[in-house]
Design a protein around this ligand. Sequence first.
Ligand SMILES: Nc1nc2c(ncn2[C@@H]2O[C@H](COP(=O)(O)OP(=O)(O)O)[C@@H](O)[C@H]2O)c(=O)[nH]1
Ligand SMILES: [Mg+2]
Length: 376
Amino acid sequence: MSNDEKRPSWVPEGGAEGFACRVMDGVAAGHDGISAYKSAGKSRKASKYSRPKLTPKQLAEGVLNSDRGLLGRAITLAESNLPTHVDQAQEVLKTLLPHTGKSMRIGITGVPGVGKSTFIESLGYYLLNNGYKVAVLAVDPSSSKSGGSILGDKTRMERIGRDERCFIRPSPSSGTLGGVARKTRETMLICEAAGFDVILIETVGVGQSETTVRSMVDFFLLLMLAGAGDELQGIKKGIMELADALVINKADGDNELPAKMARNEYERAMHYLQPSTEGWVSHAFTCSAAKDKGIEDIWKVILKFKEVTTESGVFANHRRQQNINWVHDMVDEHLRNLFTRHPEIVKALPEIEKRVADEELPAVSAVQKLIEIFEQ
Ligand SMILES: Nc1nc2c(ncn2[C@@H]2O[C@H](COP(=O)(O)OP(=O)(O)O)[C@@H](O)[C@H]2O)c(=O)[nH]1
Ligand SMILES: [Mg+2]
C-alpha cells in the first residue's frame, strides 16, 4: 500500500512530504493502524501484517523520544477497545505519566461555523512561530456518524498541518461521549509526554461535549459571533459560565463594529455570571481568526491566566480534582455499560419502558425491578 493512500484528501498537492496529518486505519484493521506511515523519512515497505510488534516499553520510549510514528501508534493503541490493547495502553500510560502535565491544555468550543478550526490554526500558527510545539485534538462524538470528520473543516488546518512541530489528531470516532472523552484524555497525556507544550482541543458546541472538554483542560475558551440571535441566549448562559474567556470571532470587514459592540454587551453580561475558575474574572474579546487579528492578545490572556492560577494554587488543585473526577466518570461509564449491555436487562427493558410510558408502572418501581434483574 502506498503512503499516499493514507493521506487525507485535503493534503495539498506536491510538497506534501512533511505534511503532519495522516488518516489512520481503523482499529479493526490492526491496532496501531499506520502500516504505511513514514517514520523519520524512512519508507516502510512492509504491510501491516509484517510490521514488527512493539512492546509497551518500546512504544513509550518512542513517545518520549518524540518519534511521530510511534506517537501515532501509541495513540491508536489507546483508542482501541480490545481488552488486550486496553491493558497494553495502560502500561504505556503508566510509563509516560511521570512525563506528563507540563503542557497548557486549552479547550475551544462554539457553535458549528463560528470559526473554531480557523481559530485553532491561527493560534497554532502563532504558537509555532513563537517556539511552542502544538498538538491539536478534537472531541466530536458525532464524527463516527459523519464519517470521521477531521476537526469539522478539513481545509482549515493546512498552514499548521505541514509543520513537524505540530501534531493533529481527529476525534476518536466511536460510541459514547464518555468513550471519546477517555480516549482524548489519554491522547492528551501521550502528546504531553512526547513534548508538546500546548494542547488545543476543539469540540463541537452541541450537547454535553463542552462540559466534558471543560473537565479535561486548564483554560476553556468560548468562541461566539456578533448578532447570532437571541434564541441562542438560553444556551449561552450555561456555556458562558464555563468559559475563562469569551471571544467574538470574525471581527473583520463590515463585521468589525458589530463584533466590538457584541463584545461590550457580553462583557457587561459576564458581571452577573459565576466565574468559571476561582480567582479569575473572565472577559470578552474580539478577534479575526481568518485575518490573524487579536490572536496574540488572547494568548497573552492565557499566559496571564496560568500565572495567576499557578500563583494561587488553583491551577494545580484544578488538575488534581480533574484526575479524581476522571476516575469517577470512568466508573460511571463502566457501570452504565455493564448495565445497558446486560443480556437480561436488554431483554426486559422494552417491556418495562412500555409499562412506565403507559403509566402502569411507577418509575421508581421500574428502577427497582431493573436493578433486581441486574443483580441476579
Ligand atoms: N470573515 C471571517 N470568516 C471566518 C473567520 N474565521 C472563520 N471564518 C469562516 O467561517 C467558516 C467556518 O469556519 P470553521 O473554522 O470551519 O468553523 P468551525 O465549524 O467552528 O470549526 C469558514 O468558511 C471560515 O473561513 C474570521 O475570523 N473571519
Ligand atoms: Mg471545525
